[in-house]
Design a protein around this ligand. Structure first.
Ligand SMILES: Nc1ncnc2c1ncn2[C@@H]1O[C@H](COP(=O)(O)OP(=O)(O)OP(=O)(O)O)[C@@H](O)[C@H]1O
Ligand SMILES: Cc1ncc(COP(=O)(O)O)c(N)n1
Length: 309
């Protein structure tokens, strides 16, 4: 009998300083016990102080990367992060529709914490109308959620308003919405998970006082994606079903197979991981120029350091 680890895929841009984008995703996929693969959408010169330049990857080369990964490996779960342009959004939509991405998390990355645009303005509409319906889960922060609803929707200021916006985003077609409250200022961070079966769950944890929040959204969406891959394969094995169905996983099938309870468990596990990673790096000072720097979280928090190999 052959075995294999759960396989995850990140479709995103790079962060050479290692805190966000593809780099955060691969570290998280590894920390959460999956084999990570990547499709790179843009090379980004950035660090803990912000983005200095974006070098987009040609659409046909992004398509070639998809072919390399999906033509060879049975991907259990995928996340998308920075897509950059309308053409790349459309390409991802087409690949998702082919049904080979497994469970598909869309982190609708638009603007970096440092203020740099990571999605062209004319691509926002394609995300709203084409990408959201093919996602099993979307993970907007407060400004992204408002913009995905409409150009003049105000940011949610209360938990009630977050629940309302999560419900309205569900109407745009994703299987579930995790509306992240990290951009608030209360002592507690509240994230709302609304699923298409009508359930709404609230996740609450203490706000960590730290400057090191670069890449929290990337890390969270990668962790949820990995958790779904791991839990999904465990459940399939326990149920005696085929771990690797020969046919591609159709959208309805992947949503039905995951279910809102498993998704709730995956989100809870991922938020716990992120809280450990935030706490572990809360006092880090990495930058040679610490003033105004936003460092990364500690993706290796669960990997014991100083232990003999
Ligand atoms: N200071 C903090 N303390 C505790 N949890 C936090 C903190 N900042 C962010 N988080 C957690 O990280 C998640 C993602 O953060 P946020 O809402 O800022 O998303 P984001 O803006 O997409 O992230 P990013 O900074 O990577 O763009 C939040 O849902 C929250 O659970
Ligand atoms: C390639 C890439 N993807 C996403 C982010 C968002 O992360 P943050 O808002 O923490 O800067 C980023 N900075 N770079």
């Amino acid at each position: 009998m052959t075995t294999r680890p759960p396989i995850t895929l990140s479709i995103a841009g790079t962060d050479p300083s290692g805190g966000a984008g593809i780099h955060a995703d691969l570290k998280t996929f590894t920390a959460r016990k999956t084999m990570g693969t990547t499709v790179i959408t843009a090379l980004v010169a950035q660090n803990t102080h912000g983005v200095s330049r974006v070098y987009p990857v040609d659409v046909d080369f992004v398509a070639d990367q998809f072919d390399s990964v999906l033509g060879d490996l049975p991907v259990d779960a995928t996340k998308s992060g920075m897509l950059g342009s309308r053409d790349l959004v459309e390409l991802v939509v087409a690949r998702a529709a082919e049904g080979r991405l497994g469970f598909f998390t869309v982190d609708p990355v638009m603007i970096a914490t440092s203020g740099h645009r990571l999605l062209e303005t004319d691509a926002v509409d394609a995300v709203r109308t084409h990408l959201l319906p093919v996602a099993d889960l979307i993970t907007p922060n407060l400004p992204e959620a408002a913009l995905l609803i409409s150009d003049d929707e105000p940011e949610a200021q209360t938990t009630e308003a977050m629940r309302d916006q999560a419900g309205r985003l569900l109407e745009r077609g994703p299987g579930a919405v995790l509306l992240k409250g990290g951009h608030g200022s209360d002592d507690e961070v509240i994230d709302i998970l609304a699923t298409s079966d009508g359930q709404v769950r609230e996740f609450t944890h203490p706000r960590v006082t730290t400057m090191n929040t670069h890449g929290t959204g990337c890390t969270l969406s990668a962790a949820i994606t990995a958790e779904v891959a791991v839990l999904g394969r465990e459940r399939a094995a326990a149920a005696g079903g085929p771990a690797d169905p020969a046919a591609p996983t159709g959208k309805d099938r992947s949503r039905a197979a995951i279910g809102s309870d498993l998704l709730g468990e995956a989100v809870g596990n991922a938020l716990d991981f992120l809280a450990r990673a935030l706490n572990s790096a809360a006092d880090w000072q990495l930058s040679l120029d610490p003033e105004g720097a936003h460092g990364p979280v500690d993706h290796q928090v669960d990997i014991v350091r100083d232990r003999p190999a």
